[in-house]
Write a protein that binds this ligand. Sequence first.
Ligand SMILES: [Zn+2]
Ligand SMILES: [Zn+2]
Ligand SMILES: [Zn+2]
Ligand SMILES: [Zn+2]
Ligand SMILES: [Zn+2]
Ligand SMILES: [Zn+2]
Ligand SMILES: [Zn+2]
Length: 1782
Amino acid sequence: MAQLPKGHPSYSVVHEFCQSDVLEHWKLCCDRGELLDGLKRHFRVWVPLVFGNSHDSAKEEHLAEKYLFRPMTEFMCGGNPEEVFSQLKNVDTPSQICGHVFKPGEPTYSCRDCANDPTCVFCIDCFQNSSHKQHRYRMNTSGGNGYCDCGDTEAWKVEPFCSLHSSSMEQNDQVNPVDLLPVDLANRASALFLASLQYAIDLLMWKQCVQLPGGLDPEETVPDIHHCMLFNDEVHSYDQVITTLQRAVDCSQREAIDYATIVDREGRSIVKSGTEQECEKAKEIIEGADFDIFDLILRNTSRHNSKPLKVLVMHNVVVAHQSFALKLIQWLQNIISKSDGLRRLFCLLSMNAPPKKDLCDAMEIDDVDAPASLMERVLLADTQLWKVVRVKIHQLLMAGALMDQECKKLFAGMFTKCYEQLMKEFCLDDHDHDVSVMSLSVQMFTVPSLARWLITEYNLLHVILQSFLTACKQKKDKDGRLCFDRNDRSPSFKRASYMLYDIKYALLARPVDPEDWSDALRTNFLNGVVSLLELLRVMQGMDGVTRQTGQHLEFEPEWEGAFNLQLKLEDTLVLFTRWCSMDKVVLIEAYKETLEALYHSYETSKKEKGKCEVAGHTTKSMKYDVSNQPISIHLPLTRFLAALHLHLEKFDLTFHSPELMTKKRLDPVDLLEPPLRAQVMIAQTQAGMWRRNGFALLNQIFFYHNVRCRGEMYDRDILMLQIVASLLNPNDFIVHLLNKFNLLHWAKPEYDIPGGQEDSVRQTVMLAEEFLNLLIILLEERYIPGVGSVTQQDVIKREIVHQLCIMPMAHSELAKGLPVDPNSETGMEDVVNEVAEFKKPSSTGKGKYDLKPEYYKMYCPYFYHYTKAEQSKSEEAQRKRKKQAGESQALPPPVPPPLTSQFAAIVNILHCDVMFHIFKMVLTRTAAQRSRSWSEAQFERILYIIGIALHEQKRAFKEGNTSYDFLTKAMKEDGLLSKLQCLVGNQNLNQDPSRDLLAWSLKQFAEVCTLKSEPVCLETLHSLASCTDQKTETERKRKAEMAAKRRARVMAQISKMQRNFIAENSELFDQTSTELKTVTSDMDLGVMVPPTFPVALGPHRSQANVTGPIQATCILCQEEQEISCSGKAMVLAAFVQRSTVLSQSRGKMLDKKDDYDPLFVPVDLFTGTHVSSCGHVMHHDCWQRYFDNVMNKERRRPLRFRQSFSYDIDKMEYLCPLCEGLSNTVIPIVPSLPSLYPAGNKKEVDLRFDDWLDGIEKTVQNSIKEAQDKESEDDFSLFQPCPISTITRMMAESVAKNFQLLWEYVYDDASGHFSEGMREMLKKFARDVYAFGLSVEPDDESPRVSILAWSTCAFTIQSVEQNLRGEGKSLFGSIPTRQADLIGSLVRFAAVCSQVMNPDMVKQNCVRLLSALIPCDSEKVNKGSPCLLDLDMFHFLTIVTMTLPSLYVDQQHCIVNTLPTGDLNNQHAMQLVVTAHIVQILLTFAWDTEESMDVESDSEGEALLKIYLQLQKTAGLTPEKVPSPYQLLQYVRSAVMPFLRCAAILYFHITGVSPPDELHDHFCTKEYEVLCRYLSLPVNMSELFESVGDITTALIKSWCSSKSLRDRLSANSEKIVRYPIVKNDLVPLPVDYSELINKVSTFTCPKSKDSDDSRAPTMCLVCGQMLCSQSYCCQKDLEGSSVGAATEHAYFCGAGTGVFLRVRDCQILLLAGKTKGCFLAPPYLDNYGETDQGLRRGNPLHLCEERYSHLKKLWFTHAIPETIAHNLEFNSSFTTIEWQNL
Ligand SMILES: [Zn+2]
Ligand SMILES: [Zn+2]
Ligand SMILES: [Zn+2]
Ligand SMILES: [Zn+2]
Ligand SMILES: [Zn+2]
Ligand SMILES: [Zn+2]
Ligand SMILES: [Zn+2]
């Protein structure tokens, strides 16, 4: 192998390609058995040509097919491949197994009723066609390695087939599909498979960079092209790689990101191509990068790696061959999928044929270690390959060996054989598990028959566990115990724990039939048990702790490692026990092995015993002081024994059975020791004795009891104590307990004599309570099959009952509190409906389970799975419940289920001497005048135990069991009973519950006595009756007391409710004191009904409702202030944002912000400026001080400590001081307009519309001057409004006089109208609206400032109107006060803002605006102004209304009041605009309803039809079909309606004329007529066109015939907006969430060329576009910084604001600007009314329309920025997310 020659710039030789020659040559080679050589000869020429010329991928693919793959396929087929393949397909037995290989993110479905384990899944197609759709199923997304199990009879308990893969076909296992292949084809295929696989593996594993394996060196010299290849590792971060690359290969950030993305996805990427020297240089730089510095920069201290990135400089030809080899793997996968025969052939060959000798030599592999087959070699090479190669090979394995049942078995055997080696390499590797070949284990080990076969034949359990034990070696301490070190960060042990999943998989399906057990299986299973015991032994006693006295622990000891291991082993332990429980031989052997293992683990510890004595009873007990010797709560060996012990009875075995005898076994007392120590330690912790041991201990105890761990920890310890209790003498047992609890002195009567240390007494009292607690648990907890006579269902029921006794719970809440089995099932659904009722409060809220009343009697206050907090919470809830029902507050023990015979002896504790001694002692102390060691808790527990004893006594009587005799003993002279009786009415018992419990106990005694009708008993009965009588007396008194108390409580509750209501609605209550008082009364039309129909416009307009001066209270200084122009200005907190919500052209951008002319707002409303407000009022100076303060405070804070992300001070954002609503400016509050001009000054003017129009036309025409810009030589028009005198001079005298009068009323002498503060605020708001609305720098001089002020008013009204319309609400009836306040303020602001602007500018704007409707001679003007069809008429109306009064303002009369008043002038302007709007409507009339409803002829409709035809004709249109008059009329009315509604809102706020009542009515049918009358428009719109005068008619005609309009209507012009404008909405979502998951599983990253999956597919809910979010690949540059796809999309789609659905995480993403965002729960709910953010539970989800509507409203009302600010304020985790990267 020579060094590849260098120097030539390109491939010089042109090769001839003749396929038939090639095939001929291969055939010869093949016959000689040398096909590989033949192939190589071909490859060495063509591979560099195809893959070494950096073609684009399409061309490369084409060439590869032509020169490489096609010849190979044809060679194999020996004819036309398509024909051959289809023939082969015909002989295949149709596959029963779906086998669909999942892409990452694809939805998977598992049936919770029928799947053998949760790894069995369906693909969506199979699931939809299966009966499991109706079962309880779980939905998930695939991680991308696995396939559909449909058709696998071992995966499903029932119905393994969907209707697509039905089992009707008789599967013939006997036929080997290879036999069905034609012989010559089989021969050629064998040779080709072997040769190509050899070649591919060889190349992919090739380690040399500039040399090729023999036979592949190019014939001629090749150019010096080298590549710098960067490899992936999981150590370096994205940012590190990107920064390094930018420096090393001199590329842009974008390119660096692309490289990094490829490296991450594929495992390697070429980052530079060039000469060898150039590449070497780049390599040096990359390798030399110092990452510690990056770590410092990135503050990423967790990564202490100075390991360099892996880079190789590779020759072009080597890379070319490797690229081809990778494609070859894919080609093979494709070929073997063509036929069962080919697949089987390929699998057998690759698993049987050894790799060629020379290859082994080349690889420098020793003969001894040489892998047995090609496949084995592939397996073992896994960790040496880069990512994409691994993935392709795994796919080949899945499509090959795993798809064929025969081969799967062979493969699994081979896999198991290599397991230890593979695992060792996996642990040292740094790639994720899912790109490791180890991830295939689940596909084999979960198949029950295969797993059993592997255990039998390959000793699978032993292999896995021994591999794991090997990995454990590095973690052992000097005593041979596992010991984890927090500082050891090597990930290899963590990776080793994947083996624990494997062992679980292998055990999931236990043998059910006795026939399933063979001797070999038994032997090998027991081998597994022995290995398990070996593991448990190194865990026994882990992390022992010693009580810390004196000072606190300096370092928190490590505890997590042990618990992680325990957690991962949990299922395995359960499964091992289950297997053992199935077979007597196995159980016996396993039990004996465990006993022995325990014995050996004990040998090391000393056994010293001492004498203990209680109440004359003596026993020898182990000396071990828990409070100063090491204690561990890791006792897996003991617990495993306990678990096995449960199953002895089933096979008639006991602890003492001869079968279980071994020499090396421990006594029950020794077995008791470890779990008892753990209990005592926990009791001591409760008593505060371990306080100095820190949080590590508390955490251990927490997890020990936690639902995730307790099954194999706490529960087993209790079980072991019960086992020992059933084996020992009960007196001995209690003495052992007392001894360990250190309570022997407490149990002596003399202990109660005063003296001694008080502190230790308190400790002892608490320990005594814990001791009694433990006794209760041992006696009462029998809900384990094997301990009590209960079923698994009883167990779950009891858990549920106790959960629900705390409080009613939602489904997921309840499920979280229940233990799960190895299949992650709680079993809750089977029983929950029996014990609880599911109550669904509302369609959007979560439903809750309520316990059925009859199950309350199952409640045990000492339930062992309660935490202390849950215990007291449940007790409180139960007492409260009973109290409210007027019942006794005693919480007595429920009747426990009977014990199994194995455990029956436990009850003897209840009547043994030592127990009675304790009973009497505590009762004596209760009765004592003064006792230092008594506590009510002890007394209650004693009563509780007596209660259990009485229950047992009843049972004994019923069963005729005389050996249990609690009663006789209790009734002895001076016995228990008399002691109890004496306590009735005792002063020490001042709590109702304990008194009630005492009464209950006595009643129980009475009941038990009646069962045993002895004279003594009857006597007692009598005395008991008197006792309880006395009791009833006190009861009555108590009830009276209670009634009084209840009354008092009800009163208290009422006043509390009132307080709460005020607190909850504080905003409301605040508002009432701060909002503009008279505005509310203004709206309250019930009080002031105008006598006549209200009209807002024209000479006949109604009187405005002007009330006295309005008062408002400043929320900051609380002072009242009158709203006026001249006084102190008041402002409303407000938020201005640019909006695309109303856009009819989604995606259209405000491109040239600095040149955009906002005067002519296009009808598609693609951009607008929206204002919102929380409605809170402040003095302008109070606000200014507050705002300055906020800014200064934030600015002083260093950038990285800036906590508050909820508002961005760089954007002037602040939070409203009262409600914390997001704001960025303030609106000045202007008093109502009519109050600003003198009321009596109204002169009646009479001027026809036509004459008015004439004057306006003349004005416009005379105001436009053509001019030429001298610098640019561009023609432009100058709008220089001419004085009114010029116009009137051209008019008839009478007309002129009236025309002039229209503008005359306005003279006003009130000089200095607006106070300085007011002017300042008016200017400020105008400036802010301009800057935020156009996203430009503020500029007070720009003529656009005032235009924005007017148009934001119009836009906000339109948005409010559309929202009301969308919700079907009336215009004035349901508008919230704060919104009405806002709109009023906006309108008044827009009306007066001309007062603070340059009057010339206002005039110019007016003329320019009018010029869009008035034809004039100047071509330039017509060219500049937009087409009539593109104008938004409501914007037009608003601006013309606001500017018209200023049209003739004279510079000399600057005091002129130019407010719109709703006079004739406004009325005519309105008519002009409506006429234009009707023309728009008629010209764009689109005909979509086919059915023509022929209603009786309609004169109004007829007239409109005539006008319609006329207009169409003038515009040069010929309508295809003519609508009926009625249709046209309906259409016109509905089309003009939005405009009329907006106009009504506008004019209401201008004139103050209250709208007619009908507009408050949601179901007003006459809305159209009412609106027309209010706006003084003709109800019959045709009147606007008929006999209106020549000038008007001419104007209409000129509109229709204008060139711009005709161009616009021509067919190929842009989309025309039609009426009525449809309200925008978020995109519709499917009802079933899995449809969405399925949809995104086909979505690929738009940036990647190989169409890779996208990791966080995110859907824009505004436009429906799918995005590849939160990924470097799709980051874009936006305004100079890199942002994620969602942020970028929001910028274009929503002017920076966005609503997205992150499909895989199932959550809503809101974004605003680049830095802010939040997550919300999705609008999808499961059947229990709960959301599933992150798809953690996997319950089927369905769309909740109400929730989605809420989200839609959020968007439509522009409330997203506000919502985000609010969420950021309250959820601190959101502030750490870098939203711009999403
Ligand atoms: Zn399927
Ligand atoms: Zn199927
Ligand atoms: Zn099912
Ligand atoms: Zn104030
Ligand atoms: Zn507020
Ligand atoms: Zn992408
Ligand atoms: Zn969008």
